[in-house]
Ligand binder design. Structure first.
Ligand code: BTN
Length: 248
């Protein structure tokens, strides 16, 4: 369980903490519709039905991870930067802990030495045509026990710092970092911070059927892939695979 006392002592925003929920994103969306203030956050020790990108499941066993959903109320034109703000805040958290080789794999997986340590899931909530807000779901592996297969692609932060981490303190630091970056939402500065941390630009990649060199990203977040015939394909979303260069 997380320490409710530490959360109460350190969090500056309204929060709801649960020992076990289906998904913090679902509760945050409900709270947003019920009138939650911007910055309010739902935190859980365990998720029974955590959700990841592209309809996948996200595992949050008790005692070993961060699972939180921040309620944000951006102007609609800035909403597309919410997820990159989340990834940047997690990357910064890792670096504050002294962890090296932290990068972001497009679009917003935080990786350490090429292994995923965190994912973000932004979900917009609409009332008719009006954007009520965006729920920024963040999952971070702190001391998750991965099986052999997952260990090849996923990692946790605690083994890398070699001392016990308090998850409530990590959440407080993460939320402060999100709060500090909020004034930059929608700016070129935030886009550049994110772009600078991308670890796959210039590398061979594949997203769906599109394969080639990850050439650049646009301020919208779209990835530009240069295909073998030299043409540029613009990719808006998807799962990015780092691929070995083609053999000649
Ligand atoms: C991904 O697939 O990389 C995104 C994972 C997002 C997981 C977080 S954990 C807190 C919040 N609640 C959810 O159900 N999902 C997000």
């Amino acid at each position: 369980m997380l320490s409710r006392e530490i959360l109460e002592a350190h969090l500056r925003q309204p929060f709801r903490y649960y020992d076990s929920v289906d998904s913090t994103n679902d509760l945050a969306k409900h709270w947003l519709r019920a009138g939650a203030a911007a910055g309010s956050v739902v935190i859980a020790d365990e998720q029974r039905k955590g959700r990841g990108r592209m309809g996948r499941t996200w595992h949050t066993p008790p005692g070993v991870a961060l699972a939180l959903s921040v309620i944000m109320k951006p102007t609609p034109g800035h909403a597309h930067q919410i997820s990159l703000l989340g990834a940047l805040a997690v990357a910064e958290l890792c670096e504050t802990l002294g962890i090296a080789h932290v990068g972001i794999k497009w679009p917003n997986d935080v990786q350490i030495q090429g292994k995923k340590v965190s994912g973000v899931l932004p979900e917009a909530v609409w009332e008719n045509d009006a954007l009520l807000g965006v729920v920024l779901g963040i999952g971070v592996n702190v001391r998750v026990d991965f099986d052999a297969e997952l260990s090849a692609v996923a990692t946790s932060i605690e083994p890398l710092v070699k001392h016990k981490l308090d998850r409530a303190e990590l959440i407080a630091t993460l939320l402060d970092s999100i709060q500090a970056r909020l004034p930059k939402l929608g700016t070129d500065a935030l886009f550049k911070d994110w772009k600078r941390r991308l670890n796959m630009l210039g590398e061979p990649v594949q997203v769906g059927d599109t394969a080639g060199i990850a050439q650049d990203v646009e301020p919208s977040g779209a990835l530009l892939i240069q295909q073998a015939d030299g043409s540029i394909q613009r990719v808006l979303a998807g799962d990015l695979l780092m691929t070995p260069p083609p053999s000649r």
